[in-house]
Ligand binder design. Structure first.
Ligand SMILES: C[S@@+](CC[C@H](N)C(=O)[O-])C[C@H]1O[C@@H](n2cnc3c(N)ncnc32)[C@H](O)[C@@H]1O
Length: 207
């Protein structure tokens, strides 16, 4: 039950409620501080859901964003159009698989992966794809829930993971494993919410 069809279906089902339930505005603001996008830069936001991140971008950037689920895409398109009109930023919304975007290599200054790396079927493919499309020196911010690197999975994670993975998100992914072997340097990793259950990390694409 980890097929793209199931993911599309369930996130379309969640889409009318998602924006009201999942805020994390403080974390999004902090993520933007870490990524520090500047006027004129190109930013990729895959798996953007209804597009809450778009409110925190500076003006004058060029954004490509998308999602897999139709319901999310409808909201994302509406929000992007409103923000584009207000700010003069360029917002392109496309149906997109975060694991294989089809976008040209080294074509973005910033990639934001917010609550996506633990949701997609293959977290390593998602991180590899984000790295591929980043230009050398480009920044990647990952915000998600990750298992601790240095100890076995807790009993709670192991018990809750099958249902959580089916309906929401995986609880057994380690960020270190997702980025292993990729040309990325981790510049910071910090607790983001729920006592460190959610984390934020900033990576820079190596030359
Ligand atoms: C937990 S939501 C996060 C939404 C948004 N990034 C945020 O921070 O609020 C996960 C999103 O990823 C999307 N998604 C799941 N698998 C995907 C994939 N392979 N490619 C692109 N989007 C995907 C879902 O449709 C959903 O909108």
């Amino acid at each position: 039950m980890s097929s793209p069809r199931w993911r599309r279906f369930r996130y379309t089902l969640y889409s009318p409620f998602y924006d009201g339930l999942v805020g994390f505005d403080g974390v999004r603001r902090r993520s933007m501080e870490l990524a520090a996008p500047r006027r004129g830069e190109r930013i990729l936001i895959p798996g953007a859901g209804p597009g809450r991140d778009l409110h925190f971008l500076p003006e004058g950037v060029e954004v490509v964003t998308g999602d897999l689920a139709d319901g999310m895409l409808r909201q994302l398109r509406r929000r992007a159009a409103r923000i584009e009109e207000r700010t003069g930023s360029v917002m392109q919304v496309v149906e997109m698989d975060a694991q294989a975007t089809g976008l040209p290599p080294a074509s973005f200054d910033v990639v934001l992966l917010h609550l996506v790396a633990a949701v997609v079927a293959d977290g390593r493919a998602c991180l590899a794809e984000a790295t591929r499309v980043l230009r050398p020196g480009g920044r990647l911010v990952v915000f998600d829930k990750f298992a601790p690197e240095d100890r076995p999975l807790s009993l709670l994670r192991r018990v809750a993971n099958p249902l959580s993975r089916l309906l929401f998100t995986s609880l057994d992914r380690r960020l270190g494993e997702l980025v292993e072997g990729l040309p990325l340097t981790m510049e910071c990793r910090e607790p983001a919410a729920l006592g460190g259950f959610f984390e934020l990390a900033l990576f820079r694409r190596q030359d």
